[in-house]
Design a protein around this ligand. Structure first.
Ligand SMILES: *[C@@H]1O[C@H](CO)[C@@H](O)[C@H](O)[C@H]1NC(C)=O
Ligand SMILES: *[C@@H]1O[C@H](CO)[C@@H](O)[C@H](O)[C@H]1NC(C)=O
Length: 321
């Protein structure tokens, strides 16, 4: 401590040097009488003590909250388990994979094999939640363009929930108490997960075409990370089922039976259309590889569909080979 410098009045006495200032008040403050100064210092010291007590309390609370997940703001991260790291190393969005798994109940003690159904379960819950909370804004004013993109998104999300729950049921049938749920083969699950991934992108694409506004912002926020999460699920599932490490994950090698019972979200008109014999359907575009249709590929057919058509355009894809 520079005792000698205290007296010259240039240096502001800081709270830590208050004992000195009692005996040797700086000469520069003749207007402030010593007892007022003492009071001020006491008030400052008191405030500092309260502030530091408060922050200690805060740190203790953060500590108390952090052991299971949610360490993100406090900077105290629970460490990913080895199983988590290995599983997430297979994915494209690794930090998202780790962050989301760390916060999911039961993941800390899960084996690599368990991560497959955990990641699907987690994604299902996120997508389901996005769907439910998106419905909240359905009463908002929307112009026709936005309304249409919004409704499409709801349908796509619903569709994804269906695909993801089928996938989850196929991977962990014991846990799913599904009523008319059908377990699918590995190939089915891959197809369903890919479809769920595409759905989110389709929804985002639709929204990107509308003017920026409240609905778009809300929806973009809800859709955040969903496509990436499904992508991760697919990567994890593919890696585990590829590597022959699939022992113990029961997957029925049953044939796909999607068409025999329609999913709940399919409207009555669509059901009727799908049930009617091909000969009775007036297709707008026929896809046939042999050149005997309107066009040869599905992509070509989709390009031919007029934009903003007021009626349903039917594309008939002829069975190949
Ligand atoms: C999905 O996770 C929830 C907990 O968030 C759990 O109750 C449920 O059993 C899980 N389902 C499956 C099929 O693992
Ligand atoms: C093309 O379609 C016509 C009638 O629809 C049929 O008679 C003909 O055999 C078809 N050709 C090929 C190559 O399938």
């Amino acid at each position: 401590m520079n005792y000698d410098r205290l007296g010259n009045g240039k240096t502001q006495p800081d709270p830590s040097s208050q004992p000195e200032s009692f005996t040797d008040p700086p000469s520069s403050g003749p207007t402030i009488n010593p007892s007022l100064k003492t009071k001020l210092l006491l008030i400052i010291a008191f405030t500092l003590i309260i502030v530091s007590l408060l922050s200690v309390g805060l740190v203790i609370r953060l500590h108390a909250k952090s052991p299971r997940g949610d360490g993100s703001q406090s900077g105290i991260h629970p460490r990913p388990t080895e199983a988590m790291s290995r599983v997430c190393s297979q994915t494209r969005y690794q930090s998202l994979c780790l962050d989301s798994l760390l916060n999911f109940p039961g993941s800390m003690s899960a084996s690599e094999k368990d991560m497959v159904h955990i990641s699907v379960n987690m994604t299902l819950q996120r997508v389901g939640n996005a769907l439910l909370t998106s419905i909240d804004i359905s009463n908002n004013q929307m112009d026709t363009h936005i309304r249409s993109a919004y409704v499409d998104c709801l349908e796509l999300l619903e569709d994804s929930v269906d695909y993801l729950s089928r996938s989850l049921f196929s991977i962990a049938p014991a846990a799913g108490e599904g009523k008319d749920n059908q377990a699918g083969s590995v190939q089915d699950v891959m197809t369903w997960l890919s479809a769920a991934m595409t759905n989110q992108d389709t929804c985002t694409d639709g929204l990107s075409e509308v003017e920026n506004g409240y609905v778009k912002q809300v929806m973009d926020e809800k859709l955040k990370d969903l496509s990436e999460m499904v992508s991760n699920c697919l990567a994890i599932y593919a890696a585990v089922s590829d590597g022959g490490e699939f022992d113990g994950v029961p997957v029925q090698h049953r044939r796909r039976r999607l068409m025999s019972s329609f999913p709940e979200w399919l409207g009555r008109t669509e059901r009727r259309l799908l049930q009617s014999p091909v000969a009775g359907i007036q297709a707008d575009i026929v896809v046939a590889k042999d050149g005997n249709g309107t066009c040869k590929t599905i992509v070509e057919a989709i390009k031919r569909v007029p934009e903003y058509s007021s009626r349903r355009i039917i594309i008939y894809v002829k069975a190949g080979r």
